[in-house]
Design a protein around this ligand. Structure first.
Ligand SMILES: CC(C)(COP(=O)(O)OP(=O)(O)OC[C@H]1O[C@@H](n2cnc3c(N)ncnc32)[C@H](O)[C@@H]1OP(=O)(O)O)[C@@H](O)C(=O)NCCC(=O)NCCS
Length: 168
């Protein structure tokens, strides 16, 4: 699995599977903010994470004393790509915890995901589902546009990759 790491101020984004904190992801899934998901039992959560390309967002301490006994920086955001890592990718479970929102982290996260996609020469298509109100504008930043509008206030967005042989 490809591993990337990006740094910005006191934050890090990483695709290292070892850094992902399943409890943090599950707590987010259980919260109202991640309205499309529910928490799940550890064995299913572990399987889901291990079979996805996961991007974790971590808040780095300004000094080692801030870690307060933790060996790892807290995970405050996430994006999950369901993929063969060559031709197709479905992006989901994108979030930044509320106390860290509004600092550009969400935009940076999808930029990092996009950078990963740009390095796949045979990528045909990226897809995701987003709400029409804010989601469409948010994902337009990574070149996603509407493929099909549903009747429930959501749309399927997509973009082609370098490996696509389709005209659109
Ligand atoms: C969407 C989300 C990841 C943005 O994170 P963030 O760190 O605040 O993002 P940024 O600071 O980079 O702001 C990016 C944009 O997100 C927009 N935004 C705020 N809430 C949003 C939401 N629920 N869905 C989509 N976009 C949202 C902001 O208006 C901002 O737009 P701007 O750049 O034109 O000002 C964050 O609000 C979140 O986790 N929301 C709850 C989960 C969610 O709805 N995820 C699905 C995203 S479609």
């Amino acid at each position: 699995m490809a591993k990337g790491t990006w740094y910005r101020e006191n934050y890090m984004i990483s695709t290292s599977p070892e850094l992902i904190q399943p409890e943090a992801v599950n707590a987010a899934f259980e919260s109202d903010a991640i309205y499309w998901a529910r928490g799940m039992e550890p064995e299913y959560l572990k399987k889901m994470l291990s079979k996805s390309l996961c991007f974790g967002v971590y808040a780095l301490p300004e000094s080692s004393s801030e870690l307060a006994g933790r060996s790892d920086p807290p995970q405050i955001g996430f994006a999950r790509v369901i993929t063969d890592e060559v031709t197709f990718a479905y992006l989901t479970d994108v979030y930044v915890l509320e106390e860290h929102q509004g600092k550009g982290l969400g935009s940076w996260l999808v930029e990092c995901v996009n950078e990963e996609f740009a390095s796949w020469p045979h990528l045909r298509r990226v897809m995701l589902m987003a709400n029409l109100k804010e989601g469409e504008a948010f994902y337009a930043k990574m070149g996603m546009s509407q493929f099909k509008q549903g009747e429930n206030g959501f749309a399927i967005l997509n973009k082609q990759g370098r490996g696509s042989a389709m005209p659109v």
